[in-house]
Design a protein around this ligand. Sequence first.
Ligand code: IMP
Ligand code: MG
Length: 180
Amino acid sequence: MGPRLYGPEEILAAVERLAARIAADYRRKPLVLLGVLKGALCFTSDLARALAGQADGPSEILVDYICVGRYGALGTSGAKPRLIMDAGLPLTGAHIVITDAIVDDASTLRFVQALLRERQPASLRTCALFDKAARREASFEPDYAGLPVGPVFAIGYGLDYKELYRNLPYLAELREVKTV
Ligand code: IMP
Ligand code: MG
């Protein structure tokens, strides 16, 4: 394993900051948090709890998940996203924030965005805790972004290498893997 990028306290502080922004933007509106599995498993649950602590936020918060994978890739690039498991909630007319742990070349968030637009939500925004902005090929900015990450392969806090390390409470760099 390589160096630590962010410890648990820094991560949770960033989640709190995102929760404060989202709470202000969705004040007294019902909000659906839609986590993109599997990476967003830790982030979505921490964000949902952080939103519960906001004084004047959404009127109600529903949580759902969608599972998207990239065929044949180890999680960074080179393969098209595909839907593995759909959300269960009816999303037409809903205010939705899509949550992913990391945005890299952004094809995953673009794919989920396009899929959900077809269901005609009331509003649709994207939120990524970790932002690898330097690796973005086409222009894409998540509406809410937490912590910058360089062009490295990161593991922990939901992010895996070959399905391992998702349960680490911190984000670390995996040195052995190239991200080209
Ligand atoms: P994108 O489609 O290139 O933006 O990548 C998004 C998805 O790829 C995330 O949902 C992650 O599952 C995965 N991913 C991107 N970068 C990393 C990384 O550094 N480590 C582990 N998984 C990553
Ligand atoms: Mg992965």
